[in-house]
Design a protein around this ligand. Structure first.
Ligand code: HSE
Length: 413
């Protein structure tokens, strides 16, 4: 019998317990042995819960119980989860987690401890909710060198952008619905400012490129500056705006990586990904593009990945099959100044002729856009690929003749 402890009984924790007991019989067949949840750690009381006898408030009860060999950490954040997970691994217990903040900040260290102690540290639920993506990249795609990964990795922001694009709904109303549906993080800035996407692309990049990519080295922008006017201009040229996390291996071994709203052509496999759905495009040197698609947030989809990792940990009790990646030096991530892509620009001109002259001189391949009720002094266009330094210099010159109202990078996936 494998005894399990679940740390945290919030949305994902309660979903994990629910899926576990709903499918216990078939999970035991798959694990080849009996399984049970011995403890649930939470500071709150759940006196009406059918599992009330399993609740404890002191982590040391779990840590010091030799019967518990698999721990599912679904608390989130770093404050409690990091010391709990580290001490559990050091005590020779396997850990599975949905906590992207933990993996993005401490993955290299925790994976090294798991290897040293011959236990497993799994985190399928940390990226893409219910979409299997970590294990498939690690195992099914291991014949490939991964050249590039790009994804819609945050359900909340994709839900908000979908409401803006399809229904012309305002940002705040759409965010409130996403929160009510249990998609959003407790602090919505983690979603809307791009930090959640950043953590997830860091995990995918670390996995794909073999060295830890730290979130603080990644240029990160959210969706709060995207307007309905931008959505309309993009609609006029058959494009959608999506929050994208992308990472690419450069020829010299550096990684180009960033998180920002991006204009994507309608024919892209990422453009039709709507609502809470996520999609992760992996470009392998043998496979070409492979796209993983499914529900990226929500109680039961995320619990599905946690429970699946619990079964894997139970099956591989005395062998460490966790993937590993190395810690990295600062130079692994290329300076974002060198990032190159096309750009959508929206501009309110004080002198339209002068602004058009600057656009002609500073940008190439310019495609002008229009929308209903477009003010006379407004200019919107998509310009061909330029690096960040050149775009910023061009926008500064343009600013002499009015105000830049919007700038969104355009990607070609
Ligand atoms: N807040 C996250 C999202 C939850 O909306 O995608 C899943 O990581």
């Amino acid at each position: 019998m494998v005894k399990i402890a679940v740390l945290g009984y919030g949305v994902v924790g309660s979903g994990t317990v629910e899926v576990f007991y709903k499918n216990k019989e078939s999970l035991e067949k798959k694990a080849g042995q009996e399984l049970d949840i011995k403890y649930i750690l939470d500071i709150r009381d759940f006196d009406d819960s059918p599992y009330k006898d399993k609740f404890v408030k002191d982590f040391d009860i779990i840590l010091n119980d030799p019967e518990v060999t698999v721990i599912a950490e679904v608390i989130g954040g770093l404050k409690f989860s990091y010391p709990y997970v580290k001490s559990a691994l050091e005590a020779g217990k396997s850990v599975v987690t949905s906590n992207k903040e933990l993996v993005a900040a401490k993955g290299a260290e925790l994976l090294a401890i798991a290897k040293e102690k011959n236990v497993n540290f799994f985190f399928e639920a940390s990226v893409g909710g219910g979409i299997p993506v970590i294990k498939p990249i690690h195992t099914c795609l291991e014949a490939n060198e991964i050249d590039e990964i790009a994804g819609i990795l945050n359900g909340t922001t994709n839900f908000i952008l979908t409401k803006m694009i399809r229904d012309g709904m305002g940002f705040d109303e759409a965010l409130k619905i996403a929160q009510d549906l249990g998609y959003a993080e407790r602090d919505p800035s983690a979603d809307v400012d791009g930090h959640d996407t950043c953590r997830k692309i860091c995990i995918l990049a670390s996995l794909a490129f073999g060295k830890h990519v730290y979130p603080e080295n990644v240029h990160t922008e959210g969706i709060t500056k995207v307007t309905l006017e931008d959505v309309n201009y993009c609609d006029s040229c058959d494009c959608k705006i999506k929050l994208i996390g992308c990472a690419k291996r450069e020829e010299n071994g550096e990684i180009s990586i960033g998180v920002f709203p991006a204009v994507i052509r309608d024919e892209s496999q990422l453009a039709g990904v709507n609502d809470v759905f996520n999609a992760i495009l992996v470009r392998g040197d043998a496979t070409g593009d492979v796209v993983f698609y499914g529900k990226g947030a929500g109680k039961l989809p995320t619990a599905s990945a946690v429970v699946s990792d619990i079964v894997s940990a139970a099956k591989h009790q005395n062998t460490s099959i966790s993937l590993t990646w190395k810690d990295s030096e600062q130079t692994f991530v290329r300076s974002f100044d060198k990032f190159s892509c096309a750009n959508y620009i929206r501009f309110a001109a004080t002198d339209k002729a002068a602004a058009e002259a600057v656009i002609k001189a500073e940008f190439s391949g310019v495609e002008y856009l229009s929308r209903n009720n477009m003010p006379d002094n407004e200019l919107a266009f998509i310009a061909d690929v330029m690096d960040e330094n050149s775009v910023n210099a061009a926008l500064e010159k343009l600013s002499a003749h009015g105000e830049v109202l919007g700038r969104i990078r355009a990607l070609d996936y």
